[in-house]
Design a protein around this ligand. Structure first.
Ligand code: ATP
Ligand code: MG
Length: 547
């Protein structure tokens, strides 16, 4: 990955130069309630990339403090995706829930210091008492004696009270302009089984309390997170200052990644999966890392994208076409060229002997001779794409048309003869004659022919399905969802089109799952990893104009 600088690195440079810090230790803290999406990738690059840049470390920590909706399936998938991008956490893999005992001890410490109390407001009352900018919040339980809070907190832990009966709250500032500082809840009662802790706990720490403690215990120096946590930072610092943790991490926020025509939220993506609107988390239309991988994106192209978008302090919307151009640029260099005829029409070359077969050599990559070449067969019967023939051609149509001539890529020039129709008026086959003298596979024969089209010998082609993908949503800016609307009102009905029985160069039967190619004149494709009879469209050759 290209080394770039950003405002976070500027801060760290400054701290290193003044000796405020002597090393860099970051963490990536995903909540294991879904698969990683490309937004997480931005955070990964910032967390792991910053550690790498300064020769430091980055921990992977599953943020599983909230007991609902977590699953080991997600934990495994998250690890796989991070490794796929080329990042590694070494032996520093943690769970937020591993610190539940510590969290509890620190909560007791706060109570003893007079900095936390057990409150009896119900959630509704809590809302009612939270005050506004002019009026402070209130809690009648704020001055509960320390001993009483200690006793109640212990009994909360022991499961003596129903959910919602008590909370533990920090005693900070009921009139703070920052509502997160108005005696925030640190612990609540929840009778939910935890995926790792089982039923050991029925009280769970809130993220704002647990996260700084986890960071501090792991010796994290820089806790890098997205912008929505900025308003929580005073609370983060308050926790670090007031409990006896061994380190003082610093939280720095960066802008979230938003991309046009898609939604980067696990909740939305999960609803797409659960409602069957997409075929799983790895549906090639999904902005998840597994979806992008199955679509044919490479880890390096996604890292390239992250370095091109940079790291900013204010939220912005990135055009999905930037992501597409990253994979296009990479595959333009690396993908071998092959021929695919999406919608085949049979062409019979009348003056070519029935029993003759020639082999023409086609380069695998015109700019990279080191990628070698392959032999393609030429026979009397070939396929061309229906798009490359027009019976009533519009002006400037230089492909095949009645009486017209066109060059077959790397082979002969042919002239269109009789067009034979089926009963329903569709084209059955086209007859043509080849100029066998001049061309013979050599495109430098001096004949000026404006159009060149791709083709496949009928004896050198195999049928495959092609899956053509487009944006998931028609709504360009996901942050501008009109009132009363839902994202599902904007699902793009054209996001997936299957072309049945396209004809592909026979050697593509040997393509490995996930192997990527340029289909000449059309786009980049990869063999699907789940349906071996399908190639997925990764990206078109050129940026589409109609967006
Ligand atoms: P989601 O809304 O998709 O559930 P999240 O923030 O709840 O996202 P987490 O698993 O908690 O998901 O995220 C792990 C890390 O990834 C956090 O530090 C978060 O800030 C970061 N992150 C999540 N989404 C984005 C995004 N779109 N852009 C940049 N960073 C992100
Ligand atoms: Mg989160």
């Amino acid at each position: 990955m290209e080394e770039t600088s950003n405002f976070i690195h500027d801060i760290i440079d400054e701290e290193l130069s003044t000796g405020k810090v002597t090393k860099v230790h970051t963490r990536f803290p995903p909540e294991p309630n879904g698969y990683l999406h490309i937004g997480h990738c931005k955070a990964l690059v910032i967390d792991f990339g910053t550690a790498q840049k300064y020769g430091g470390l980055c921990n992977l920590r599953m943020d599983d403090t909230n007991p609902a909706k977590e699953d080991t399936e997600y934990v495994d998938a998250i690890k796989e995706d991070i490794h796929w991008l080329g990042f590694d956490w070494g032996d520093r893999f943690y769970y937020g829930s591993d610190y539940f005992d510590k969290d509890y001890e620190f909560a007791v410490e706060l109570i003893k210091k007079g900095l936390a109390y057990v409150c009896e407001l119900t959630p509704d009352q809590m809302d009612e008492y939270r005050g506004d900018l002019q009026n402070p919040a209130r809690s009648p339980w704020r001055d509960r004696p320390v001993e009483e809070s200690l006793d109640l907190f212990e009994r909360m832990k022991n499961g003596e009270f129903p959910e919602g009966k008590y909370t533990l709250r920090a005693k900070i500032d009921l009139s703070s302009g920052n509502f997160w500082m108005r005696d925030p809840v640190l612990y609540r009662i929840k009778y939910v089984e935890h995926h790792r802790q089982g039923t050991k706990w029925c009280i769970f720490p809130m993220y704002d309390f647990a996260h700084p403690i986890q960071d501090a215990l792991e010796g994290i120096t820089h806790s890098l997170c997205s912008l929505e946590y900025e308003i929580h930072r005073p609370l983060y610092n308050w926790v670090v200052e007031n409990v006896s943790v061994p380190h003082t991490p610093r939280q720095i926020e960066f802008a979230r990644l938003n991309i046009t025509n898609t939604v980067l939220s696990k909740r939305f993506l999960r609803s797409m999966v659960e409602s069957g609107r997409v075929d799983g988390w790895d549906d090639p239309r999904m902005p998840t890392l597994c979806g992008l991988r199955r679509r044919g994106y490479t880890g390096s192209s996604i890292l390239d994208f992250c370095s091109r978008i940079g790291v900013a302090k204010s939220d912005s919307l990135v055009d999905i076409r930037l992501l597409e151009s990253c994979i296009r640029d990479e595959l333009n260099e690396t993908a071998p060229r092959r021929v695919a005829v999406f919608n085949p029409i049979k062409v019979i070359i009348d003056n070519y002997p029935q029993d003759k077969t020639e082999e023409f050599e086609l380069p695998n990559h015109p700019q990279h001779p080191e990628m070698g070449s392959r032999k393609v067969k030429f026979t009397r019967e070939i396929y061309i794409d229906a798009e490359d023939f027009s019976e009533v051609p519009p002006p400037k149509f230089f492909r095949l048309k009645p009486e017209g001539e066109v060059r077959l890529m790397g082979a002969y020039i042919i002239k269109c003869g009789e067009v034979v129709k089926n009963d329903d008026g569709s084209i059955k086959e086209i007859h043509a004659t080849a100029d066998l003298e001049t061309s013979n596979g050599n495109p430098c024969d001096g004949r000026k022919i404006k159009g060149t089209i791709h083709w496949l010998s009928a004896s050198n082609s195999v049928p495959f399905d092609l899956a053509l993908y487009d944006n998931l949503l028609t709504l360009e800016n996901p942050s501008k969802l009109p009132e009363g609307k839902e994202f599902t009102d904007y699902l793009n009905p054209e996001s997936k089109k299957i072309i049945k029985n396209a004809m592909l160069e026979a050697c593509l039967s040997d393509a490995k799952p996930g192997e990527k190619f340029q289909f000449v004149r059309t786009g980049y494709f990869c063999r699907d990893t789940k349906n071996p009879n399908t190639f997925n469209s990764i990206v078109s050759l050129k940026e589409s104009k109609n967006k």
